[in-house]
Design a protein around this ligand. Structure first.
Ligand code: NDP
Length: 300
């Protein structure tokens, strides 16, 4: 039977509407407008596109958007000073530094210079530690988006067997921590894992974040499993014409969607959730900074 398609695009649109309502409430009740600063170093076209999308969506939900486009040759010290300025700016509640940074910049130092309360990407070492120890923190946006889709589909995730394919700091590891917190039995698989297909077949929930196009095959999937495909890979698409490309996930959708119970498409699955969660995190950061009540049903 064909799998249920998990419509992340529609879910993200609903979440952005909710964020917009909360932004309007914060403004009318307290005269406060949540503000998100995005810092981009250099001119990488993909990063520029991400930053433009983030700024556009920030404006659409009524939040203040601060864009800092910095020269690719900016020095570490000067970049840290920029971050310090944003830390001190009371109109900025969330700070995001677009990764990757140029090779001459120490990305860890820059991320760890962000005030953890404004670290809406959840990459600061303090937020990483708090997530790992189950304390209140800023949760990284992509894994948070995956979790929201899973909760929406299943409700309670307790006792489910979850396999996270990939162990990066921005997706795999925080995803595993979030699923552990939901009382899943979690396996984290990576490039040194033996017999990956067998490990994946154990999963009620499989989250694929490997960065390899259509890597997960249909015969790796347990019948009825839920598949969350985080991957975004641009591949040649000869059927569309010479030199044309298309975006595919880390999961072979054609094969897996005939075995899985539910699956996220690429595009239109996890991708749209990431920015929506960034906006939600900025509202949360604004409420915490001002000791306002946090909206209860924003991040569920
Ligand atoms: P990384 O490259 O940082 O990590 C990839 C992980 O996959 C590593 O842990 C690596 O293992 C593992 N891996 C690679 N090859 C294999 C293999 N052959 N077998 C088993 N494991 C393997 O990627 P990210 O986590 O940053 O991103 C993963 C994917 O998600 C990418 O496609 C990226 O574009 C996408 N992405 C999407 C986002 C969204 O908004 N939807 C946001 C962020 C990422 P090891 O550690 O052993 O090297």
């Amino acid at each position: 039977m064909a799998a249920k398609i998990i419509d992340g695009k529609a879910f993200a649109a609903r979440l952005r509407l909710r964020v917009g309502e909360e932004v309007a409430l914060l403004n009318s009740r307290h005269g406060t407008v949540p503000g998100l600063a995005v810092v981009l170093v250099g001119e990488d076209p993909a990063s520029r596109l991400y930053v433009r999308n983030k700024a556009k969506q920030t404006g659409e939900v009524g939040m203040a958007s601060f864009k800092h486009l910095l020269d690719k040759d900016i020095g570490q010290h000067e970049l840290l000073q920029q971050i310090e300025g944003l830390n001190r700016n009371p109109d900025v509640h969330g700070i995001l530094v677009q990764l990757p940074l140029p090779a001459h910049i120490d990305a860890n130092s820059v991320i760890n210079a962000i005030n953890p309360a404004k670290d809406v990407d959840g990459f600061h070492i303090s937020n990483v530690g708090r997530l790992g120890t189950g304390q209140e923190c800023m949760v990284p946006c992509t894994p948070l988006g995956c979790l929201m889709l899973l909760r929406d589909l299943h409700g309670n995730l307790s006792g489910k067997s979850a396999v996270v394919l990939g162990r990066s700091n921005i997706v795999g590891k925080p995803m595993a921590n979030l699923l552990l917190k939901e009382n899943c039995t979690v396996t984290v698989a990576h490039s040194r894992t033996r017999d990956l297909p067998e490990v994946c077949r154990d999963a009620d929930i499989l989250v694929a974040a490997v960065g390899r196009p259509e890597f997960v095959k249909g015969n790796w999937i347990r019948e009825g499993a839920t598949i969350i495909d985080v991957g975004i890979n641009r591949v040649a698409a000869a059927d569309l014409g010479d030199g044309e490309t298309r975006i595919v996930g880390d999961v072979d959708y054609a094969e897996c969607s005939t075995v899985a119970g539910a699956i996220t498409p690429v595009p239109g699955g996890v991708g749209p959730m990431t920015i929506a969660c960034l906006l939600a995190n900025t509202v949360t950061a604004c409420c915490r900074a001002n000791a306002f009540d946090e909206p209860k049903d924003l991040v569920v």
